[in-house]
Design a protein around this ligand. Structure first.
Ligand code: AMP
Ligand code: MG
Length: 389
């Protein structure tokens, strides 16, 4: 058995394959940039009015200004603004030569083609050419996730196609003769398969492509065939159930038969101790214990970072620090623990949590509280770090 930190070290050291491809902006959401996005243009591309108003020279102390032109957005001004003159300008309009400020319309009076300033303006109300971005600026870095705001940024720079990492393909296999497809009747002794759905959803949330989601009974030949097929078609294979010490826990043996080099078979962690991890020719395989909270937590803590790397994502988990509402103490300390908790108004709130089968607790949880190996927990009021989902 290895520690959480050792397991994380092994996973960080595992080589993963990444491929890149160009995609059009409308298909880029959720992808990860495979190259820095470098601007070819100035932003703004010209000195631009930030207001509807009158463009004039700030040194001009005239009491009235003759309005010489009207400048809508998108039009190049025809006239130079001289002493005693101004040009009416719309938001986004190009500042005319001779002017360096815009007086907002609301603070002026215009009569008979002349403008008078009723109240002095406090700002230049001009966005200068290149004040946001200059040509050659790496506006977005390789490894950044493309969210709606990045889509907007890329579009604003005129970049219509970006180099991105290809989302890894994932297979999810739920083993267990007792598990039943949701929607079907539940016979005595059976339970619904939640893991194939939750694991697939977790992988999709990371941006992966789930190509296979399958249930398979605890029959070695079937499990073997299903895993072999998944390995042919997908880059990562996630298997739930059948990894523990029971008579029907066939998965680790089958993985060995299939030539997968197992890098670990147990982690000193609760929940999720019998987690197995192996590789074969660049393909990644995880076997996780079948209890739904174990499956979920092991994905969050151990599988997600590997999947993120396969996506090209260089992103660390987000932690928040807050005070524990009540004592959180445990008797057994030989394993590290991840406890689902809720974070509200600077307080870490413990949930009604009955253990690794109690998946309902996860719906009220915002993240996981880590208790290291050998540590009995924390007292009320302690400031603790919660790893957000
Ligand atoms: P196992 O890891 O196969 O020993 O399963 C541990 C526990 O998790 C058992 O109570 C199983 O019935 C349950 N379990 C296994 N697979 C699933 C699944 N796909 N969805 C929900 N529960 C499961
Ligand atoms: Mg089982």
């Amino acid at each position: 058995m290895i520690t959480v930190e050792e397991a994380q070290g092994i996973l960080r050291a595992a080589a993963v394959r990444t491929r890149t491809e160009p995609v059009r902006l409308e298909r880029a959401l959720g992808r990860v940039l495979a190259r820095d996005a470098v601007s070819k243009i100035f932003m703004p591309p010209f000195d631009k009015s930030a207001m509807d108003g009158y463009a004039l020279n700030s040194k001009d102390a005239s009491s009235r200004f003759r309005v010489i032109e009207m400048i809508p957005a998108g039009v190049v001004p025809a006239r130079i603004v001289r002493k005693g003159e101004c040009s009416k300008i719309m938001t986004g309009g190009m500042l005319p030569r001779g002017a360096d400020v815009v007086v907002r319309k609301e603070w002026t009076v215009e009569e008979d083609g002349r403008m008078r300033i009723a109240r002095p303006d406090d700002g230049p109300n001009v966005c200068l050419k290149g004040e946001d971005v200059r040509p050659g600026d790496a506006v977005l870095k390789r490894g950044a996730r493309i969210r709606p705001q990045e889509i907007g940024i890329l579009a604003s720079l005129g970049i219509g196609t970006v180099a991105t990492y290809v989302p890894p393909s994932v297979a999810v296999i739920a083993t267990g003769s007792e598990i039943v497809e949701p929607g079907r009747p539940l016979r005595p002794g059976r339970i619904y398969d939640s893991n194939s759905y939750s694991l697939a959803a977790q992988a999709v949330t990371c941006g992966a492509l789930v190509k296979i989601r399958r249930r398979v009974a605890d029959r070695p030949a079937l499990i073997r065939k299903t895993i072999a097929d998944a390995l042919d078609r997908c880059e990562m294979v996630l298997i739930s159930g059948g990894v523990s010490v029971g008579d029907l826990d066939f998965v680790p043996g089958i993985l060995r038969e299939l030539g997968i080099g197992l890098k670990f078979e147990q982690i000193a962690v609760q929940p999720g101790k019998p987690t197995v991890f192996g590789t074969r020719r660049g393909k990644i395989v995880f076997g996780v214990p079948g209890n739904p909270v174990s499956t979920f937590v092991i994905f969050e803590v151990f599988i997600k970072p590997v999947l993120m790397r396969m996506m090209g994502l260089e992103e660390a988990p987000i932690f928040v620090r807050a005070a524990l509402e009540k004592d959180l103490v445990r008797k057994k300390t030989e394993r590290a623990a991840f406890v689902p908790v809720r974070v509200r108004d600077d307080a870490v709130i413990q949930l009604d949590y009955h253990g690794s089968a109690h998946i309902q607790a996860l719906s009220r949880a915002d993240g996981l509280l880590y208790i290291p190996e050998g540590h009995s927990g924390y007292g009320a009021g302690s400031r603790v770090d919660v790893r957000l989902f």
